[in-house]
Design a protein around this ligand. Structure first.
Ligand code: FES
Length: 71
């Protein structure tokens, strides 16, 4: 059995969710659209978008990969 993988950054741009939350605080915004435009995260495969939205809403910056059902 493998440990669930931690998800803490945008794979495509390399920014961690902690960095994105920090940037949001510095810019005093929670606008994903603005942050995407200014930082470039979440604009390629978009897989990180739900995590970024949660990070901006809650401050949580590390997530566990959802378990996939056994086949
Ligand atoms: S993981 Fe963030 S855009 Fe692909």
């Amino acid at each position: 059995m493998t440990e669930p993988r931690q998800i803490d950054h945008c794979e495509c741009c390399g920014l961690t969710f902690a960095q994105i939350v920090d940037q949001a605080r510095q810019k005093q915004t929670t606008s994903v659209r603005r942050l995407k435009r200014e930082l470039g995260m979440g604009t390629y495969c978009t897989a990180c978008r739900p995590y970024i939205e949660t990070a901006l809403e809650t401050g949580q910056t590390v997530f566990q990969e959802p378990e996939t059902p056994a086949t």
